[in-house]
Structure formats: C-alpha cells, structure tokens
Design a protein around this ligand. Sequence first.
Ligand code: C2E
Ligand code: MG
Ligand code: MG
Ligand code: MG
Length: 274
Amino acid sequence: ASKKAGRDQVTFFTDEMGTAAKARDLLEIELARGIENDEFVLHYQPRIDVASGQVVGAEGLVRWMHPTRGLILPSDFIAVCEETGLIEDLGRKVLEQGCEQAIKWHRAGLELDVSLNVSPRQFSDPALLETLFRLANLPDFPLGHIELEVTENVLIGDPDAIAEKLKAITAMGYNIAIDDFGTGYSNLAYILRFPLTCIKIDRSFISQLPSSGPLVQLIISLGEQTGAMVVSEGVETHKQLDWLRKHDCAQAQGHVIAPPLQVAKFESFLAKGR
Ligand code: C2E
Ligand code: MG
Ligand code: MG
Ligand code: MG
C-alpha cells in the first residue's frame, strides 16, 4: 500500500508540474500574440500637487485587454515578460504609447508630467537607448516632462555603468524617478549619486502612517536636500493626505485621488478639476 501511495504521489506531483508548466507556456504564447496584436493599453493615474490639489502629472500603468478574459493587471504578466524577454517588445510599445499620449496632451496645451515604468531587464536592454532617442526626437515631444520610473533593483550592479546609462538618458531630456523607494536592497550612497529627479515613497510606508511618520519625514527631507521631487504612492485616505500636506510632501498619487483611468476618463477627471 505504501508503495502504491508513493507511486500515486509521484504521479500527482508530476501532473501538477506538468499543468503549471503548460499554463505558463500557454501564457507565454498568449502574451506574445497579445503584444503582436497591441492588446496592451496604458491607463493613467493622476499625480497631484499636495498643497494645491492640482493634477500635475500622470503615471502610465499597463493593462492587458485580453479578447476573452478581459482586463488583466501587471501582477499577472510583468514577471513572465521579464523572465522570457517579452518585456523588451512590450516595454518598447509601452514607451511608444506613453510618449505618443504625452505628445497629444502637450499639443492640447495640457501641462502634465508623464511617468512610465521601466523594468530591470528593459533597463539593461541595449536597445532602450535607441528607443528613447527615437521618441525624444518626435515632433512636439515634451522635453523635460517625461519621467522614467525605475526601482532600486534596476540600480544594483556596476555603479559606473549605471551612472553612465542614466546620464545618457537624462541628457536626452528624460527625468528619472526612483520607484517603490525604501523597499529594495540598493546602496543608498550610490543611489544618491545618480541623477534622480524624483523619489516615490512606497505605498507600504504610506499605509502605515502615522506610525511610519519618522521614516516618511526622513525621505521627504532627503528629497529636499538632494533636490529630488518627493511623491507619495498609494495614498488611500484623507487622513494620509492631510498628514502628507502637514509634513510638506510635494506630490501624491493614490486611490483617494483617483485610480489608474483609461485615457478618456483621465481627461474628464482633469476637466472636472479645472
Ligand atoms: P508601481 O509602478 O509602483 O505602480 C503603482 C501600483 O499601485 C499600480 O499597480 C497602481 O494601480 C497601484 N495603486 C495606485 N494607487 C493605489 C492605492 O491607493 N492603493 C493601492 N492598493 N494600490 C494603488 P498596477 O497598475 O497593478 O502595477 C503594478 C506594478 O507593475 C507597477 O508598480 C509597476 O512596477 C509594474 N508596471 C505597471 N505598468 C508597467 C509598465 O508599463 N511597464 C513596466 N515595466 N512595469 C509596469
Ligand atoms: Mg511606478
Ligand atoms: Mg511604485
Ligand atoms: Mg510597485
């Protein structure tokens, strides 16, 4: 009986592995097809100036509009895209879409800073610089108003090589934000030498206010001393927003203001605020 149970267990285990591997293969095929068919759309989350409440920018966040499964969030596909290299194609399309949108808003006379996320594999892809160069040279490109968000993990590695790449990117007129600040394993001494224009305080610290207050205040003063704009992410309550206003955090993003919105809804949100 024990032998049989053992054999069953092995069979069970193999089946599970097979199913998971098959599901992943299928996802990979579906992703490649979806990228090819332009099923990925950026939604935009407003970023406000805390003191005035005015919308000053938007973060582009990618969504997969799957033909049968509906809207799929990045947590279900970004990691697989990173592992398989599909992020190189998807990431390029996201940058193109985001910059094209920023150009449209710029032409419409809207003053908005547009932020776009760049993942680690995308950052190390040599083709990134070419893509950014091509986009920065499009007519009516809003120089100085496109920001690339990278996490601390992107900034781990050879500091000279990273600094050189960041310098090349900022020389083209892009700004660099450090995303999810405080959650990574980066060397703070190196990080602060990089040309960062913005620090985004991770949502996990904002959700723990006011007990995380000393840490949030420390990041705010770090921004003041380095000249980087400080943005709080994931602000969900008016209490949190009031705390941030009282402690001079420059900008905020979060569901208390608005969730990521499709373009038309983002535009009507903007119109309502004016
Ligand atoms: P992130 O860049 O840190 O984006 C913030 C995430 O927090 C977004 O999740 C946003 O929808 C969510 N969020 C915003 N406000 C609130 C709030 O008040 N409460 C809560 N609970 N959540 C809030 P999303 O859109 O699911 O994106 C998750 C992550 O996927 C992003 O984190 C980013 O790392 C990655 N990602 C999203 N779009 C792209 C993209 O176009 N390219 C790349 N490479 N990565 C992307
Ligand atoms: Mg981000
Ligand atoms: Mg973040
Ligand atoms: Mg994040």
